[in-house]
Ligand binder design. Structure first.
Ligand code: IPE
Ligand code: MG
Length: 216
């Protein structure tokens, strides 16, 4: 979800207004995915392990926005059948936010239409290192086939479609293990302007691509 800051700047607004508008887009895209018959998991990169480098007021705003979002969103999760999950290391976040996160997971755990995963203090390398350490501590030899058991939410499966908004063409440490065979889509659209219509176009394009997974 890239481009919130630029969206706001273009309108002469403070960056935080871009994040607020971005949260609206999260709701729209989540609702779209929940009602799409083939989308089972939507993972959104909300806060990276590198985002702590941002000015403190912006970091604080983002964590408060998340708290507010989760509070307002519960009825939507329940109505749309969305189970809420997170990946990333939650330790550095405040107790209030962690409590809200856990309550939301608990309240939505039986919802079946979509798993919405927020990546919070998430880094793909960090997830891999933590997975390897977990396996080590349990005395399990890691294999490609059991690696998933040690990722932050086991069983989410491989990524089919990876979309980056905002014009940059890089992964920025997102879902490194699960994206091994993901189809990549890059769009110049800034996240607050991203829409279900554009998502639909991406899905259409995805089905036209031939996926060989290394075969011929
Ligand atoms: C959103 O976009 C990313 C988040 C951390 C939520 P940015 O804040 O990176 O926006 P730009 O790249 O400055 O436009
Ligand atoms: Mg950015």
């Amino acid at each position: 979800m890239d481009g919130n800051g630029r969206w706001a700047k273009k309108r002469g607004l403070p960056r935080i207004k871009g994040h607020e508008q971005g949260a609206e887009t999260v709701r729209e895209i989540t609702t779209f995915c929940a009602n799409h018959p083939e989308i089972k998991v939507l993972t959104l990169y909300a806060f990276s392990t590198e985002n702590w480098k941002r000015p403190k007021p912006e970091v604080e705003f983002l964590t408060r926005l998340l708290e507010r979002y989760l509070k307002n969103e519960l009825p939507v999760y329940m109505k749309e059948g969305v189970r809420f999950e997170t990946i990333g290391d939650l330790k550095p976040f405040g107790e209030k936010l962690k409590k809200r996160i856990n309550e939301t997971k608990e309240a939505t755990k039986n919802n079946k239409k979509l798993i919405q995963v927020l990546a919070l203090n998430y880094g793909g390398r960090d997830e891999i290192v933590r997975a390897a350490n977990k396996a080590c501590q349990r005395g399990v030899e890691l294999k490609e086939s059991n690696f998933d058991d040690f990722l932050d939410v086991p069983g989410l499966g491989d990524v089919d479609i990876l979309v980056r908004t905002g014009g940059e063409m890089r992964l920025s440490n997102f879902l490194l293990w699960r994206s091994a065979y993901a189809e990549l889509f890059f769009t110049n659209t800034l996240w607050p302007d991203f829409s279900p219509k554009e998502m639909e176009e991406i899905i259409y394009e995805f089905y036209k691509r031939e996926r060989r997974f290394g075969g011929i």
